[in-house]
Design a protein around this ligand. Structure first.
Ligand SMILES: CC(C)(COP(=O)(O)OP(=O)(O)OC[C@H]1O[C@@H](n2cnc3c(N)ncnc32)[C@H](O)[C@@H]1OP(=O)(O)O)[C@@H](O)C(=O)NCCC(=O)NCCS
Length: 181
């Protein structure tokens, strides 16, 4: 599966992306907000491409102009999200490499996946969880139409052995389609 937007090509991660992934995901500012430790080596990134990033619904966000990956996006549709077990719901996650922040790339990629999730996969609701203090992500989600639902206090982040407030938001298909009529 591949999605093409105005500036992006969104396609599955592949083994050849390891060096590029490492150059982006070694940055502590990415993993901290996603709940994973920075990638430690190119081999570490290669292993993650074969495992976590090979999950259905996970894609590399690539610049159309260069073909290079600049970030990652997923809609977890396997019903094992921490926010919901419902089979017609999913959970959105994304990150963009720091040199590319400020261009609304995450929003553009999310638009493509959300449209597919609601109108092809027929999901009824997408959830999103954000750690307290991540104003960039909260802002991007708000623009996409996510609505805050609750704040989970003392939410445990195992990779950092810390707790934080966890901002949970949702976007329904009705809301999405109303915004995209
Ligand atoms: C969240 C993330 C994916 C957004 O990337 P992006 O597509 O480049 O987003 P942008 O930087 O273009 O947009 C961020 C918005 O937040 C706004 N913003 C930045 N700091 C802000 C703050 N302190 N308060 C409010 N808004 C803020 C920016 O102005 C921008 O909005 P605008 O375009 O309307 O001006 C990226 O910052 C990232 O990868 N962060 C680390 C990983 C992460 O947090 N992933 C999400 C986990 S929930």
């Amino acid at each position: 599966m591949e999605f093409v937007t105005e500036r992006l090509v969104i396609r599955p991660w592949c083994a050849d992306d390891a060096a590029r992934l490492y150059s982006l995901a070694r940055d502590p500012e990415i993993g901290y907000w996603c709940g994973w430790q920075p990638h430690k080596s190119e081999e570490d990134s290669a292993r993650l491409i074969r495992t976590i990033l090979a999950n259905r619904g996970t894609y590399a966000i690539c610049l159309k102009s260069t073909g290079e990956p600049i970030g990652s996006i997923s809609i977890d549709i396997d019903g094992d999200s921490m926010m919901t077990n419902w089979e017609d719901e999913g959970e959105l996650g994304f990150w963009i490499g720091r040199p590319y922040w400020g261009n609304r790339y995450a929003e553009e990629a999310a638009e493509a996946l959300l449209d597919d999730a609601f109108n092809n996969l027929n999901l009824s609701k997408i959830w999103s969880g954000t750690f307290d203090g991540n104003e960039r992500s909260l802002h991007a989600q708000k623009r996409l139409g996510f609505v805050p639902v609750r704040i989970e206090h003392d939410y445990f982040v195992p990779a950092y052995n810390r707790t934080t407030d966890h901002h949970v938001a949702q976007l329904t298909r009705e809301n999405w389609n109303r915004r995209h009529q």
